[in-house]
Design a protein around this ligand. Structure first.
Ligand code: TIU
Length: 222
């Protein structure tokens, strides 16, 4: 096993063995980054999220070349909505609710065109794809059990949105004992100030939730 160290990670150097580390890409779905999806129905400007696709693609390519495990998640509900708590569907005043028909198919429903991962980041053979009904990747999925079986101890997070599904997933992972790092330019929010605050609150207090680093810092060590 060879150990890589990102010396300039925040708040202090982060070390990982590639064979025990997975790259987790959270919810890079058309529903969040393209017009007409779930994100836009909530009133958001989706262009802010599109801007990270090149950095996420570069990290993904580097991680694949190095032979690391890649995990993609999708926020997705069953067509009959049995896994969607009514408050999640009924909250707020979106232009379309979860399960309603939009320009990319039914909003946030598994199997609909809008629920797909964007083509630039499409999963390939051998990569895990986890459908999750909640914001966190560990809630109501078998992710923890699969990671344990694969001997994974470290997780690098990217995807959207920083303070919602990415932060929730990283907090869930931290509570389960994983050493987590968030890739600063591989994640984005509809609210730039929330992106910045989420990174700061997770790495404060000696890395209370984990570390952060740029994609360039990670790629240099692969
Ligand atoms: N994937 C994810 O973050 N789901 C959200 O609903 N995020 C929002 O910021 N709305």
């Amino acid at each position: 096993m060879t150990t890589a160290t990102i010396a300039t990670a925040t708040p202090y150097p982060y070390s990982f063995d590639l064979s025990r580390t997975a790259l987790v890409i959270i919810d890079m779905q058309r529903d969040f980054v393209e017009p007409g999806g779930f994100g836009e129905t909530l009133g958001n400007d989706v262009s802010l999220l599109q801007s990270i696709i090149p950095a996420v693609a570069a990290m993904l390519a580097g991680w694949r070349r190095a032979g690391g495990l890649v995990i993609h998640t999708r926020e997705a509900h069953a067509p009959d909505l049995h896994d969607c708590p009514p408050p999640k569907r009924l909250r707020g005043a979106p232009s379309l609710r979860i399960g309603d028909k939009g320009p990319m198919g039914r909003i946030l429903i598994a199997g609909e065109p809008g629920n797909d991962i964007v083509p630039e980041l499409a999963p390939i053979e051998g990569e895990w794809v986890i459908d999750k009904p909640g914001k966190g990747a560990f809630y109501a999925t078998r992710l923890h059990e699969r990671l344990q079986a694969a001997g994974i101890t470290h997780l690098l997070f990217m995807g959207v949105t920083t303070e919602v599904c990415v932060q929730t997933s990283m907090r869930e992972a931290n509570d389960r004992g994983y050493e987590c790092l968030i890739v600063e330019d591989g994640t984005a929010s509809y609210f730039p100030e929330f992106h910045k605050a989420a990174l700061a609150m997770m790495t404060a207090q000696g890395g209370i939730v984990g570390w952060s680093a740029t994609s360039g810092m990670v790629l240099k060590e692969l």
